[in-house]
Design a protein around this ligand. Structure first.
Ligand SMILES: C[S@@+](CC[C@H](N)C(=O)[O-])C[C@H]1O[C@@H](n2cnc3c(N)ncnc32)[C@H](O)[C@@H]1O
Length: 384
């Protein structure tokens, strides 16, 4: 158990965004040590406060895991025996709840659910031997969410500091079906290095995720401050003073003004209504300039220096306008955003050619089960 100040962490993210997450962790506000990109996540080390800061500040991270133990195991029974040796009664109280999620790869332990069950059995049996009773499982909101990762014969057990995944910032009660995941939306803005000093634009904003993340980045607002509670706040080794200090510094570092506007547009009234509702919930309404126009007619109130956009990427059969929409976006970028940097996120590798712009960078990103691309364009200056 880590009551010391040298915790080994792993923060998870969408595959392809590891370098963005690593940059967030290395930045002084989190100040993680030994930052090393892995697959779909980043290893790092630090104090308990480093883990708290990661939960408070990470925008691309999905969850922050703290290593609790690791062992070589040759099967489910061995996993159970090892798990029984862990000091469970020091990690939680009987009346608290727990959950176990597991992922197994290339291992003699072939079923994730079975591996999770063996950990659950070990935890409950340890409690029963010590106290005569077993704690309860709570899958939705456990006091102690556990995550087991087994690769070949190595098992690593983590305590999950985040519980509810970090993309659920707290400004949105339900995700709209075409809303971009907040972590991916934020990664586009972080890739653009936008800092609030120049006009920003999402001309096809949908429910506004990219624009809301941009406004929070420009205002230096820690996304975790919107959360009511993290599981680690109920753990026996919770450092209340350190957490209070992390939060009060984050409050102090927030800015109250953006030097340049965040311009958002969509032709769909329903999408804009969602964007406005979420902006209100996030306390960001005053920083966004909304328009409802077809992109062919949209002229942002200030010429954008950075454009981040997630255009429709459905299939042509379902959306006969798809190619034309991308052509209109290309015209918008070339004619109204000359000299800007544009970041375009898509799950359809076939449509970006309609922009008639050459991508300066193509970053593959796994989005759920979809192979997507984050494309960067340096839009030529007018007349270039
Ligand atoms: C994939 S969704 C964007 C989702 C958004 N990133 C979010 O997080 O909610 C694409 C958006 O483009 C908008 N759109 C499609 N064609 C458009 C056009 N011609 N002009 C303006 N907006 C358009 C759609 O209404 C839709 O909201």
């Amino acid at each position: 158990m880590h009551f010391d100040d040298d915790v080994a962490y792993f923060a998870t993210c969408a595959k392809g965004l590891e370098s963005v997450l690593a940059a967030e962790l290395s930045a002084p506000r989190i100040g993680a040590k030994d930052v090393r990109a892995g697959a779909s996540g980043v290893y790092f080390a630090g104090t308990r406060a480093t883990g708290y800061l990661a939960n408070l500040w990470l925008r691309t991270g999905i969850r922050v895991l703290a290593e609790h133990g690791r062992a070589v195991v040759d099967g489910p029974d061995d996993l159970y025996d090892w798990a029984c040796s862990l000091p469970w009664t020091k990690l939680m109280r009987l009346e608290q709840t727990f959950s176990v999620e597991a992922r197994v790869r290339d291992s003699a332990i072939t079923h994730s659910k079975y591996a999770a069950m063996r950990i659950k059995d070990a935890l409950c049996d340890t409690f029963r031997d010590a106290t005569g009773a077993r704690p309860n499982v709570n899958v939705e909101a456990a006091d102690l969410p556990l995550f087991l990762y087994v690769y070949r014969d190595e098992a690593i057990l983590y305590r999950d500091l985040s519980g509810v995944t970090l993309h659920k910032r707290g400004y949105r009660d339900a995700m709209h079906k075409s809303s971009l995941n907040e972590c991916v939306a934020a990664s586009l803005v972080l890739l653009s290095k936008w800092d609030g000093s120049k006009p920003f634009c999402d001309p096809m904003c949908g429910s506004g995720t990219i624009a809301l993340e941009a406004a929070m980045i420009g205002l230096n607002r820690a996304p975790g401050l919107l959360r009511k509670r993290f599981p680690f706040e109920g753990w026996p080794d919770f450092d209340r003073a350190a957490w209070k200090d992390c939060k009060s510094r984050a409050h102090g570092e927030a800015r109250f003004d953006l030097a340049a506007p965040v311009c958002v547009n969509d032709h769909h009234a329903g999408a804009l209504a969602l964007a406005k509702k979420d902006a209100e919930a996030a306390g960001l309404t005053g920083f966004l300039r909304f328009d409802q126009k077809d992109i062919a007619d949209y002229v942002p109130p200030e010429k954008p220096a950075v454009v981040c956009v997630n255009p429709p990427w459905g299939e042509r059969l379902k959306d006969p306008e798809l190619d034309a929409t991308w052509r209109k976006l290309g015209t918008f970028l070339r004619e109204r955003c000359a000299g800007a940097e544009a970041f375009v996120f898509t799950g359809n590798a076939d449509v970006p050619r309609h922009l008639e712009l050459k991508a300066a960078q193509r970053r593959p990103v796994k989005y759920g089960k979809m192979d997507c691309l984050a494309l960067r364009y340096a839009v030529p200056e007018a007349g270039a």
